[in-house]
Ligand binder design. Structure first.
Ligand code: GMT
Length: 390
């Protein structure tokens, strides 16, 4: 073995990743990270109750270990934390994992800490916890969760957040003393499966029609009601459709669509697997979230040259520079959203300029090439120092 290949071998790690497998930013990010790490030669073991929905099957060095949960009459509420921690310990020992990287603290960080303490000292993996958003901003405020989250963070070998905003909120709400590394989210688009024209035909768009898009899990904090309200306030001269890529059922909003007279304007696609097909067909994103630690969906649009009009909350201003790679408006203001959308719909050259800047910013600041090495450096740092505790 040459010195170089020796060095490379030394850099390859065995990494356990736990995330929610369902549609949601933290699971999307964790899956993309696992895939990128495996491509870079690391061995990656996903541990969760289901295979994460964007995780490709059959990729080299990418493994999935399901957590099996039995149904016991004794339990009014089924428990996931204990079987998860047992599986984490089992996989750590069987595969000699260097570290467990958990995405979304609840209950993953607690399970990882428990798994580590079940193992003999020489087999204990390091624990890295990445906070994604509501694990801090919602559960961190909850007296029934906050102390357990803080304990798990204190016992982690490293804690990361996906934005400076979320770092500040985590230190404040969880009274966590740190340290916290900020590693922004990234997006690694797959090549679209169909052409832009094919997708626009599927959506029934006329050639000059502007396609607005919104993509989220539709939870109340996404304020889909405001997105619809803004669409209803666009001036009649605008020729547009609104595509909603829904990571959940859109049924609760059907009444509002009728009430606002938006039938025929709003197109719904639920749980699509090839998001890239639709993103390349879109012209403008619209996001009205009350809070957002990063907003991966905006970044996904940026990659395809699609700028967004969004509420300037939380970590969004770290992603979008107001006026140059998108437009930010005050939260809760449907009219401000509509005014900014109208402006960009009526001025295609401004929209294109913002789209190009958004795409450049996405590639320069939020690409796998820029972000994944930051995680690798962190992993090597924690693996080269003593464990935080058991
Ligand atoms: O809010 C979502 O769409 C899902 C949620 C999650 O944890 O899966 O998203 C959070 O994590 C994403 C990935 O890091 C961030 O892009 C989102 O901004 C964040 N959501 C909130 O903070 C509300």
């Amino acid at each position: 073995m040459t010195a170089d290949s020796d060095m490379t071998a030394a850099r390859r790690l065995k990494i356990g990743i736990t995330c929610y497998p369902s549609v949601g930013g933290s699971g999307v990010l964790a899956s993309a990270l696992g895939e990128e790490l495996a491509k870079r030669g690391h061995e990656v073991h996903f541990i969760s109750y289901e295979r994460p929905f964007r995780l490709p099957a059959g990729a080299p060095r990418l493994h999935f270990h399901p957590v099996v949960i039995n149904d016991y009459d004794l339990f009014k509420y089924p428990d996931y934390t204990l079987p998860l921690s047992v599986k984490m310990a089992e996989v750590s020992q069987a595969h000699g994992l260097d570290l467990l990287h958990v995405h979304y603290a609840v209950p993953h960080a607690t399970a990882a800490i428990l798994a580590r303490s079940m193992l003999p000292p020489e087999s204990r993996p390091r624990v890295v916890t990445t906070l994604h958003g509501t694990d801090t901003t919602l559960l961190g405020r909850d007296a029934g969760y906050g102390p357990a989250i803080r304990h798990a963070l204190n016992c982690s070998d490293a804690v990361t957040t996906v934005s400076e905003f979320l770092k500040g909120e985590s230190l404040r709400l969880l009274a966590f003393k740190g340290p916290v590394d900020v590693i922004h989210n990234f997006f690694a688009p797959r090549p679209p499966q169909r052409s832009r024209d094919d997708v626009r035909r599927e959506l029934g768009l006329e050639p000059d029609e502007v396609l607005l898009f919104h993509s989220s899990n539709l939870r109340p904090l996404k304020r889909v009601d405001l997105v619809l309200e803004a669409a209803s306030r666009l001036t009649a001269s605008n020729h547009f459709k609104l595509l909603i890529l829904a990571g959940g059922s859109f049924a609760p909003f059907a009444g509002q669509v009728r009430q606002l007279g938006l039938e025929g304007r709003v197109i719904i696609r639920e749980n699509v697997s090839s998001i890239e097909d639709y993103l390349q067909a879109a012209d403008l994103g619209v996001f009205a979230s009350e809070t957002e630690s990063f907003c991966l969906s905006i970044l996904e649009g940026m990659y395809f040259g699609c700028p967004s009009v969004a509420s300037g909350v939380g970590g969004i201003p770290e992603l979008v520079e107001d006026g140059s790679s998108g437009i930010l408006v005050p939260p809760g203001d449907a009219q401000a959203l509509a005014t900014a959308l109208d402006r960009l719909m009526k001025d295609p050259s401004l929209r294109l300029a913002l789209g190009r800047a958004a795409q450049g910013r996405a590639q320069e600041r939020f690409s796998p090439e820029v972000i994944v090495p930051q995680y690798e450096a962190l992993y090597h740092r924690v693996c080269s120092t003593g464990p935080t505790g058991s």
